[in-house]
Design a protein around this ligand. Structure first.
Ligand SMILES: Nc1ncnc2c1ncn2[C@@H]1O[C@H](COP(=O)(O)OP(=O)(O)OP(=O)(O)O)[C@@H](O)[C@H]1O
Ligand SMILES: [Mg+2]
Length: 254
């Protein structure tokens, strides 16, 4: 059998037979997927089907057991999370617990990534204020630490933290799950707008199918660690590959 090359001639994100096992559980099972530059892909499926694990593998915070991940033509299997050009908003909103939301002169949740990249203080401040305004993070929250924020506020700060740096790939794991419906709608538009302007690849995990269908160029449906159908919202609705997909989308009024 030919060994896969460290380089792929194709750009974008490519998953080749990506597999992750936890003891007896195969969380991600030989997943093959190609996501083109500038594409917005929603990943949906029942609880425990492997969505978060798949995103964590792409981010590099989990190691694969088998397969290859290519980003912009380069195999990143052995590349650390900070060198992949990937930003992830975690399902459990993983903020730095000891840092405030934002402070212009010290490390804070919104400024951390920009400081690491040695951006100028004025540009850090401008970007943080701009992102906070777009996401509706009130300035009076800036001095708070994560344990002084509501779950929804933490989630929005987590999104803000990811958006302060323009990534090659933006991974969003149920980013709006704890946000009220009205705010959710506004944030959804912001995320789509950000995606369109920045030209990143976006992978968006959601349990809210109408939201996924309204945002995404294509939908990937997962079951038991495998991707069982990928297609545009219209294709998935009109030609579900099996009864699982048909029943899964029928649960929601799309
Ligand atoms: N660190 C771990 N150790 C052992 N098993 C794990 C671990 N992380 C995930 N799993 C298992 O892997 C499978 C996939 O989990 P994952 O979190 O990726 O699912 P998910 O699709 O994101 O679910 P949800 O919709 O509930 O967030 C599940 O069976 C889960 O129990
Ligand atoms: Mg999950």
């Amino acid at each position: 059998m030919n060994q896969p090359s460290d380089y792929s001639p194709r750009r974008g994100l490519i998953l080749d037979q990506v597999t992750k096992r936890y003891q007896s559980v195969t969380a991600v099972d030989h997943v093959c997927l190609e996501v083109k530059n500038c594409e917005f892909l929603a990943v949906v499926g029942p609880t425990g089907c492997g969505k978060t694990t798949l995103l964590r593998l792409i981010a590099g915070v989990e190691k694969l057991d088998y397969g290859h991940i290519y980003i912009q033509g380069r195999c990143v299997n052995d590349v650390g999370p900070s060198r992949r050009g990937v930003r992830m908003v975690f399902q459990e909103h993983a903020l730095w617990p000891h840092m405030r939301v934002f402070h212009k002169d010290t490390a804070s949740n919104l400024s951390f990534g920009m400081r690491l990249r040695k951006q100028l203080p004025q540009s850090i401040e401008e970007t943080a204020y701009l992102i906070a305004k777009r996401l509706g993070i009130a300035n009076n929250l800036f001095s708070r630490k994560p344990d002084q924020l509501s779950v929804g506020q933490k989630q929005v700060v987590g999104i803000g933290r990811a958006l302060t740096i323009i990534p090659t790939i933006l991974l969003l794991d149920e980013p709006l799950a704890h946000v009220d419906p009205q705010r959710r709608l506004a944030l959804r538009h912001e995320l789509k707008d950000y995606h369109n302007k920045m030209g990143s690849i976006t992978l968006y995990v959601s349990h809210n199918l109408p939201e996924a269908f309204s945002l995404a160029d294509r939908i990937a449906i997962m079951q038991d660690g495998r991707i069982i159908q990928v297609g545009s919202p219209t294709e998935i609705q009109s030609h579900p590959v099996n009864t699982f997909v048909k029943d899964f989308i029928a649960c929601f009024e799309i």
